[in-house]
Design a protein around this ligand. Structure first.
Ligand code: HEM
Length: 492
């Protein structure tokens, strides 16, 4: 090929690319204009950068997420583009919201506007009927049933009794000067409580079987979406199958028991018989015909995902922050010692009425950001506070930036439980438990379990915490699992 031919070919190639790009951009703009007809003219796609082709800004996001200040990714862009900006993370064009009001609207919206969006490996593991993924009427039904059960005084008093039993058993084995890894100990207790609440299982062999398989299952939550034998995701799916089989067996036994009870007793006693003791009972009692056994057994495993890690981390972080703030630890100890001296047996209402303890938990949630934010996908073109959100784009409502916003909280990186005294949690963008139709149904349980653990720890032990560091990605945890050297208090 001579030089002239090469120049012609290159020119031809460049002109073709320009024509193609112009054609694509006209079509994109046309589509954008036509689909925006119901939105106000001033609504604008937020400023920002979509980063590199294919990778977008994911690598920068992840490298910040691993650092002690994951919000630095957001802070840099907030300065350049404002509190709401566009980016491209985890393979999708995304509007990032660090604005409390915009995030609130997203959380309050229904499935016609936004639906949850999770990484592919997670949706593969959860299955289509998971409460975390379903939408509309079925979601409202399942969420409503579970939420009401989790709020019921009967369940809370059962959890209080169980927690006492498990915590006392655990702590009775602690020796003076022993190094205790709080993150491991709380995980052990909380898993037992969770499994009892969900499927009614007591500690024993089957509980161990579930625990082992659940560890195998969650190891695949953030894996490559490849389902071939030997791959991480495949192993996790196999572990889920084994757990589902156990839950199916429990459902069958429960159904058999119900039939026998019905046959043995007269109809007057059927009310008592149906009082739910766990979530399986709650869902089996439902007579809407929407919930079959497959949906129930799948969901029992999926419900362990948000419940299993979050409460142990809440307690672990609280102990970390308290260890670093002696005046707060002293006040918490005084409040709990006073309660212990007043009453020999404590109910769930006693724990939740400890105002300073609750403020410590709220402050831990604000500063710790166990769930740093949630991702939703727009089902149609949307406009929020003048920002245009195109259909198919994701919105990342980043709670962490709001919780650490100095215009909302003075000295936001400081652990200061006193800041919550007489403060209305709803007025300052506090969304540690989400909001709207998907507001965490386990929020009361989380607070109750954390309060009980803290009560037993501070009223029975003093401790010296060893050096440790909070890791924020992919999930919040302590680098060394929060080791503390404990010493039993002398009874007076
Ligand atoms: C410190 C503890 C906890 C924190 C910070 C937390 C946080 C959250 C957040 C932010 C959401 C909203 C997710 C979204 O909008 O997509 C959520 C949802 C959920 N949480 Fe929790 N959670 C905690 C404990 C628990 C516990 C103990 C359970 C009990 C099993 C639980 C069960 C759920 C469920 C089932 C959902 C999904 C609700 C739905 O999509 O309808 N959580 N949680």
């Amino acid at each position: 090929m001579d030089f002239n031919n090469m120049v012609c070919m290159t020119l031809f190639f460049m002109i073709s690319i320009i024509i193609l790009l112009t054609f694509m951009s006209t079509r994109f703009n046309k589509r954008k204009r036509s689909s925006r007809k119901n939105l106000s003219r001033s609504a604008k796609l937020p400023s920002g950068s979509l980063g590199w082709p294919f990778f977008g800004e994911t690598l920068e996001f992840i490298s910040c997420a691993y650092s002690p200040h994951p919000e630095s990714f957001m802070n840099k862009r907030r300065l350049l583009y404002g509190k709401v900006f566009k980016s491209h993370i985890f393979g999708s064009p995304t509007i990032v919201s660090t604005d409390a009001e915009v995030s609130r609207v997203v959380l309050q919206s229904d499935a016609k506007a936004f639906v949850p969006s999770y990484p592919k490996s997670l949706t593969e593991l959860m299955g289509k009927s998971s409460i975390l993924l379903i939408n509309g009427g079925l979601h409202r039904r399942v969420h409503g049933l579970i939420g009401a059960f989790f709020k019921s005084p009967l369940l809370k008093s059962q959890i209080t009794t169980d927690m006492h039993k498990y915590v006392q058993h655990l702590m009775s084995g602690w020796q003076d000067n022993q190094l205790i890894f709080i993150q491991d100990e709380t995980k052990h207790i909380v898993f037992q409580i969770l499994v009892r609440v969900l499927i009614g299982l007591e500690p024993g062999e089957e509980m161990q079987f579930l625990k082992h398989n659940f560890q195998e299952f969650i190891a695949g939550l953030m894996s490559l979406p490849v389902k071939l034998p030997g791959c991480r995701l495949y192993k996790s799916l196999q572990a889920k199958k084994r757990m589902v089989m156990l839950v199916e067996k429990i459902i069958k036994e429960k159904k058999k028991k119900r039939r026998m009870m019905m046959m043995m007793m007269n109809s007057n006693t059927s009310d008592h018989q149906n009082t739910p003791k766990d979530v399986i009972d709650v869902l089996l009692n439902d007579n809407s015909n929407q919930l079959n056994d497959d949906l129930i057994s799948d969901n029992m495993i999926d419900l362990m995902i948000p419940g299993e890690d979050s409460v142990p981390i809440l307690v672990t972080l609280a102990i970390k922050y308290l260890s670093d703030c002696p005046p707060a630890l002293k006040q918490l100890e005084d409040e709990n010692m006073q309660l212990k001296q007043q009453k020999s047996s404590l109910s769930w209402t006693d724990y939740l009425s400890l105002t300073f303890t609750q403020d410590v938990i709220t402050e831990t949630l604000r500063l710790g950001n166990i769930i740093s934010g949630i991702i939703r996908m727009a089902m149609k073109d949307m406009e929020i506070k003048g920002h245009f959100i195109p259909k198919g784009w994701c919105v990342f409502t980043y709670f962490r930036s709001v919780h650490l916003d100095e215009s909302i909280h003075e000295n936001p990186h400081k652990f200061n439980p006193w800041r919550w005294k007489d403060k209305d949690m709803n007025s300052c963008g506090f969304t540690a438990f989400g909001g709207g139709q998907r507001l965490c149904p386990g929020l009361d349980l989380a607070r109750l379990e954390a309060s009980i653990f803290l009560h037993h720890l501070v009223t029975n032990f003093t401790w010296v915490a060893e050096e440790d560091q909070v890791v924020n990605f992919p999930t919040v945890r302590m680098k060394r699992r929060m080791p503390i050297r404990v010493k039993r208090k002398v009874e007076t």
